[in-house]
Design a binder for this molecule. Structure first.
Ligand code: LER
Ligand code: MN
Length: 278
């Protein structure tokens, strides 16, 4: 298991949910605190220069863990279930460029809010079918590039479509693509799923990545989530992928990141040693 931290470009909005903004500075700080990788929270691939990014990662001995795409919807207003086919076409273009980038950096791309939602006046079946069709197109584009696409269930207060891990898994079955998996986020799971550790363990075969934050979306250790339960659940499923912190930069970015590293790095070390979590 490796620990990553989500970072974004300098202009990313508050709802990018990253501690640090600005790729150069954030990468240096991530290395200083002992993280193993950085997660690139992007609105489009052109935000990063691949050659510079590769040099930066190598300079600091870090890996890119994943490309996340919340800003494709939050900033560009693009999403899979949009009733206008030209908006859906533009969404595909942006995602394909992100997949191209991910093929060299992390080989994982999430689908967050850009999945779309149940909108008034749009039949639910149409929403689901548009989502499934777009997922299939993207998975088929991603497969020869060795990229896995991941559905991230997001809580009901942010979106009304695919809230729980169980709902995410149901959609995976309907899309029927091997390179489609799940990215559970324990902040959302705390609101939507029956239990966190036991749900992670039950769905582990379909989980490719995990977002970590405490119950209040602050750094782990600042709320009331039981991270022993999270790690015990991952252990029951022999999870060996990335976990990544996606938290609010409070009380300030430096303290938030430092608190997260101080809580989670020892847990990841214990996990990798084979210790038990109860
Ligand atoms: C993004 O990873 C996330 O967790 C969501 O809260 C974004 O809406
Ligand atoms: Mn998340």
């Amino acid at each position: 298991m490796k620990l990553s931290v989500a970072i974004a470009g300098k202009d990313a909005p508050d709802n990018a949910f990253v501690v640090w903004r600005g790729f150069e500075e954030s990468t240096r700080k991530a290395a200083e605190l002992g993280f193993h990788g950085i997660e690139l929270a992007l609105k489009e691939a052109s935000e990063v220069d691949p050659t510079r990014l590769a040099a930066l990662l190598s300079e600091h001995g870090l890996e890119a863990s994943c490309v996340t795409t919340g800003q494709v919807c939050a900033v560009l207003g693009l999403y899979f279930t949009h009733p206008d086919s030209s908006v859906r076409a533009r969404t595909l273009e942006v995602f394909k460029e992100l997949i191209n980038l991910a093929s060299d950096f992390g080989q994982l791309v999430n689908i967050g809010r850009a999945r779309g939602w149940y909108a008034e006046g749009q039949p639910r079946e149409e929403t689901e079918q548009l989502f499934i069709d777009t997922c299939r197109t993207l998975c088929d584009y991603a497969a020869p590039r060795n990229v896995t696409i991941m559905i991230e269930p997001v809580n009901r207060y942010e979106i009304n479509f695919i809230n729980s891990v169980v709902e995410g898994a149901e959609l995976l079955d309907r899309v029927e693509r091997d390179n489609l998996g799940l990215m559970p986020d324990v902040f959302h799971m705390n609101i939507e799923d029956i239990g966190i550790g036991k749900t992670l363990a039950a769905y582990i075969d379909r989980i490719n990545y995990v977002h970590l934050a405490d119950s209040n979306r602050l750094a782990p250790g600042q709320g009331h989530l039981d991270f022993d339960d999270v790690f015990a659940g991952l252990r029951r499923g022999n999870y060996d992928g990335w976990v990544s912190i996606e938290i609010l930069p409070k009380p300030d970015p430096e303290s938030a990141a430092e608190q997260a590293a101080r809580t989670l790095l020892p847990m990841v070390e214990r996990y990798n040693r084979g210790d038990d979590f109860t």
